[in-house]
Write a protein that binds this ligand. Sequence first.
Ligand code: ADP
Ligand code: ADP
Ligand code: MG
Length: 679
Amino acid sequence: MFKKILIANRGEIACRVAATARRLAIRTVAVYSDADAHANHVRACDESVHLGGSAPKDSYLRWEKIIAAAKATGAQAVHPGYGFLSENEDFAKACAEAGLVFIGPPAEAILAMGLKAESKRLMEKAGVPLVPGYHGAEQGAQLLQREADRIGYPALIKASAGGGGKGMRIVEKSEDFAAALASCQREAINSFGSDAVLIEKYVQRPRHIEIQVFGDTHGNYVYLFERDCSVQRRHQKVLEEAPAPGMPEAMRRQMGEAAVNAARAVNYVGAGTVEFIVEQTGGYDQPEAMKFYFMEMNTRLQVEHPVTEAITGLDLVEWQLRVAAGEPLPLAQEQLQIHGHAIEARICAENPDNNFLPATGTLQVYRKPAQHSAFERSPVRVDDGVRQGGEISPFYDSMIAKLIVHGATRAEALARLDAALAEVHIVGVQTNVQFLRGVLATESFAQARLDTALIERERAVLFDREPLGLPLAVAAAVTQQILGEWPQSQRSGPATGFARRDGWRALGTYSRPFAFEFHGEPVNALLRYEGDGGLHLTVGEGDAAVAGPLAVGQFPDGRIELAFNGGRHALNVYLLQEQAHVFAPQGATRITPVDRLAHAGDTQAEGGRLTAPMPGKVVSFAVKAGDSVTKGQPLAVMEAMKMEHTIAAPADGTVQELLYAPGDQVTEGAELLRLAAAQ
Ligand code: ADP
Ligand code: ADP
Ligand code: MG
């Protein structure tokens, strides 16, 4: 076995590889770009080498630098991860020439499978079933049109060198073919440097089912069963599961053997995936009528490999390392078994409601499910390469983390995934977490009526959803705000009696207005402090208003607790970027508190904060409730760090209430008094 390897990648997959290497007592070398100087994958390795600028072409794709780094650090082998150089046969060759083991297939196998058209010609010879189509070398426009007409419509034009869901065009009818071909060729030459295409029958309502294969240098091959990756957006996988629901045992064996034949045909070594498109000729309820066709082979470890690890109990990176070191495959086909069901969700920085546009930003809050382990077989596994405070930069993939769950049955795994997603709190970067929960909740997914159009079909329930609703969102934001104003000792929840502030009773019943923006709409709320210490909240106005008692409290772990409108809720609320980010078991939402004063008249008021600028003691108030004040007029005096600070009015208005009494200790940010701005 190797003593030291270099990991030529970043993010979660670099961390993933490093974890197995550590377990096997193999030392690791990380490489990194400027943007990744402090990244997790650098910390996960024993040594690191800087490659260059943040753009991949200046760092993770500079293979001469990577090989030099491996030589300089004494690494014996290079793990390429996925993406970047993992399917670059020149890199694999250069590693060999430098005396380094490339942890992947031989360069010839990468080359043979690298172009979709050529790999189809090979597979045809090996007797692997293909989608009806054209994958010839001749590329004249007229010939391609004739072939498409022969195959029939809808047809799919694919860039032969394509990948990552790019370079594909669906053509509905013969008249549209020429224009679609031209546009596909343009994209192909720009993205992949070659305009060669192939044409396939466009399979209706297909499933994407792929087979994990492994080969060693001794001529042994096994298949590690299938993964269903039918749930896709823009031809890219979103949810992956193993085994494929409803897969008949005979078909599993046929597909597994076809995949092994495909691997054998190119003398494959290491981990690979043979992707099949599966036609459901008998509908969802007749899995025995499924027909499978070879689509392409990915000559690397795949993003979704953890679901296979979960159902087989194996570490595929360990297998990769053993095979690369010349060991035989650890197990034979008959020793492999499927246990239970696993599902993976890709958590991506993107906006599902805006056509999945990738998002960037700082992970101001990044919280994972409480019960999880990294890179290991456990019911909830999180593979990631980021931490709270880190940046999701525009340079790399938008995937933030993978959440992988395992259960005895599909239903158990599904429920566990939903519960785990509910515990993922990300603030600062838009993500698809709520969207993923929406997909899990669809009838189609729950009933395993899978095909690549699932998301399209369920459009109506998947986009522009609001999982919490206005009354709860407002109640949460109001609760968060008022709890922040109370001393810690008085925040205990409804279970232990309502928190209250002594000041209220002295002042009797009074009302406090709140204003918010929710999904772009203004919302008003009114909180009434009752004489008995209770609270009453009205959300909205007129007939649409929702009103009732509000009970609030806080758990020691920071969650807020509230009872309102017939429900009792335990929530996390993060006040960041001037928004309240509310996370509840049933979903998450955002609501923006609107500072009425800041929006009234002149907002240039300097030093006009009504909140405590630091922790300290209230010395005195210069005003009382009902007083009219003018902008700049002193309102209160605070003492902190042995200095007095005067809090002045930010605008003209009327004092509505004093929220503390002289002598009270307040925390930073506590609101000291309420003003109603003059109209
Ligand atoms: P999987 O490995 O599960 O099939 P993807 O298809 O998303 O996952 O590919 C894995 C990674 O490789 C992603 O980061 C993707 O962006 C990248 N990738 C795959 N093929 C290409 C390609 N031809 N060009 C650029 N990036 C690619
Ligand atoms: P990539 O290299 O981008 O992964 P693939 O050839 O693997 O390209 O196809 C990506 C996805 O496109 C598949 O998972 C499937 O959803 C869809 N697809 C590919 N070929 C067909 C086809 N012939 N009919 C219908 N859908 C297809
Ligand atoms: Mg593919």
